[in-house]
Design a protein around this ligand. Structure first.
Ligand code: ATP
Ligand code: PAF
Ligand code: BAL
Length: 285
């Protein structure tokens, strides 16, 4: 595995791999890697011959009061994990390499529809920042495929929409959320939790499971399910940001006629904001 910091080095290595007839995969990350990221890398290995992982804590997708400065940066440990997972090239650009003209003058990519509501409302500008950096990473690495986690469900929908609308020649794969034994979705931000907060955290997934089970059992009063879910999160010690039930593909609010649903939630424990989601397929329809 080689680690490069510049677009020029990345392009040269990818051109060599392509010249050898290799299929290129890209796994974009913000680092502080855990088993969820490694599962994406392993999937990339299965589907391609040359795996590029990027680690870039993208300032463009953070709001002014968010955790950009505190976001964990653990390059040496990440390199070790990626080497073990069969990554071929690690791209770790600095902010200047990615945004040489500064953040203000950066052309931005903005996806309508699926980026509205949910995290799009709670984190204004977030998905413009994500769509912009992912477009840049696609243009820089020109991968055949790119792999993302379903944990960031709305992000995956935004990227799929962007690729479709802008005819980007890259195939997108979404991978299931990797969870701890108690159900908590693995996330770099879990590292912010104290022992006491970590004990509260699995209630987020439990709440999603309860809502999904109620839908499977025939409940279609989604407003009531949302109210119950928000109350359950509060009882557990969360400060809920949102809990919503959406149609799984369009992300519009679900109706009783929909067959593929997703329950999505974001909630704070102290200053730490966790997100999670659970898809619900209504069988036999
Ligand atoms: N538990 C997980 N299972 C599968 N994929 C995941 C998981 N957590 C993150 N990913 C995916 O890894 C990629 C990089 O995500 P990122 O580096 O932001 O990690 P993260 O753990 O989600 O961090 P954060 O705490 O900032 O949300 C994204 O495609 C994301 O969806
Ligand atoms: C896709 C991504 C790497 C873009 O910065 C980021 O949003 C993430 O880690 O999910
Ligand atoms: N995992 C999504 C990146 C973010 O929260 O900014």
């Amino acid at each position: 595995m080689i680690t490069v910091k510049t677009i020029r080095e990345l392009r040269a290595a990818v051109a060599r791999a392509r010249g050898e007839g290799k299929r290129i995969a890209l796994v974009p990350t913000m680092g502080n890697l855990h088993a969820g990221h490694i599962a994406l890398v392993e999937k990339a290995r299965q589907r391609a011959d040359f795996v590029v992982v990027s680690i870039f804590v993208n300032p463009l997708q953070f709001g002014p009061n968010e955790d950009l400065d505190n976001y964990p940066r653990t390059l040496a440990a990440d390199q070790e994990k990626l080497f073990g997972a069969g990554c071929n090239l690690l791209f770790v650009p600095g902010v200047e390499e990615m945004y040489p003209g500064g953040l203000q003058s950066q052309t931005q990519v903005s996806v309508t529809g699926v980026s509205e509501g949910l995290c799009g409302d709670r984190r204004p500008g977030h998905f413009d920042g994500v769509a912009t950096v992912v477009t840049k990473l696609f243009n820089i690495a020109q991968p055949d495929i790119a792999i993302f986690g379903e944990k960031d469900y709305q992000q995956l929908a935004v990227i799929r929409t962007m690729v479709r609308d802008l005819n980007m020649p890259v195939q997108i794969f979404g991978e299931p959320t990797v969870r701890a034994g108690d159900g908590l979705a693995l996330s770099s931000r879990n590292g912010y939790l104290s022992e006491e907060q970590r004990a509260i955290a699995p209630a987020l997934y439990r709440t999603l499971c309860d809502a999904a089970a109620a839908i499977q059992a025939g409940e279609r009063d989604f407003d009531r399910l949302i109210r119950d879910g928000l109350a359950a999160l509060e009882r557990a010690g969360f400060r809920p940001d949102y809990l919503e039930i959406r149609e799984a593909n369009s992300l519009r609010p679900a109706t009783a006629a929909d067959h593929q649903l997703v329950v999505l939630a974001a909630a704070f424990i102290g200053n730490t904001r966790l997100i999670d989601n659970l898809s619900v397929e209504i069988a036999g329809q």
